[in-house]
Write a protein that binds this ligand. Sequence first.
Ligand SMILES: [Zn+2]
Length: 459
Amino acid sequence: MGRYLLENATILTGEYMEEGILSVDGDRIGGIWLKKDLKEGTPSSPIPSEGYERIDLGGKILLAGGIDAHVHFREPGMTGKADFFTESRAALLGGITSVFDMPNTNPPTVSIEAVRDKKSMARGRSWTDYGFHIGATNSNAGIITEALRKGVSGREFAAVKVFMGSSTGNMLVDSESALGEIFSLKDVRILVHCEDEATIRENLRKACEQYGEDIPFTLHPVIRSRKACIRSTAKALETAIAKGTALHVLHVTTAEEAEMIRAAKIHNPLITAETSANYLLFTDADYSSLGAKVKCNPSVKSSRDREALREALRDGVIDTIGSDHAPHLLSEKDAPYRKCPSGVPSIQHSLPAVFTVCMEEDIPLTRIPSLFSEKAASMFGISGKGFLRPGMDADLTVIDKDAIFTVRKEDLAYKCGWSPYEGMTFSAPVQTVFLHGEKVVGDGHITIPSPTGKELLYR
Ligand SMILES: [Zn+2]
């Protein structure tokens, strides 16, 4: 295990952005010394000098490694599209050091045995640290309740995912009593995908009547409509307020949902929300140019919604960024609307993309560590992660805020080999990444021979 002094860093946390020095002692953060404190002559402890490899970061930004609590790595069951090895490697290159995989795999992750199976598949094959969410069904609330009795430290999954409305994977929870049981679970966060199934079915029926099998992709936001999102999110928020649920609304896409969440947080401070870079970058106009490549659920909405989401990012109504990395092969995407699967790969550029949005909108950069690591670490009770503080795991990401880069196909690490961001220019390329104190990415390339990710633990 190495000892490093990361000097001349711009240290970025949810609370400050300051020039300083950070030391790495083995797998942990040793200390942090800010230049402004050193000037005042009151450093809390002396900066170590002997036995440390000094790395000059040249003023680049140093932040905690990203925690992405919303990925679909497709394993087991769909490893032709993606797998834990390939996608976690892409995550690491994107400055993400911990991921939580969603349960809509095949078989779906709806039992403790299935969670354990996924852990054994990830073991030794994940380049990032990893954890799993369990999926709710109409009938497994009992299993989840039983598993939660072990207490937080014995927990085998991070949170419970509920599809309130169908998505890929067929884990729809549509029984009122099942929803009531799940929303009543204590000491665990409930993640919801909110799109009202009845509304979507009716919209799809109308589109089929009009276009037959030749539905244009520009109709995706009409079929998976604003109303479907608002209806489902309203119901989730109402239930969460009534039952005191620790609700996390995934991939918020409309201005109305952002407003509802803002209001709901006043009644239930345990309510949190996520959006993904896709919804901060694209608008419904992109369906005419990118078509299937931006077909994702929920759909991308209007430019007005994008503006509202950017504001919600600024003011904290949005708590976390999840990439919702959901790869499919281009050959699968090359299908008529109804046969074309929803979901897009994104994890390699989630951090630079959101960084770019923050720069464009003049959103304080301190929002970034909050969105990418701190809030998720707190919400899911992840042990030793998420914050730049002495004693925490030395999971660190270095980005160059003054550089720009264009996403090129040949630089993508995804098994599927494409990205809807190809050709887009972003700020803040990821230069260096440390995982448990080991340098795992340097100059934008993986520097270790094999994966070193570990299972995440809860406290
Ligand atoms: Zn998802």
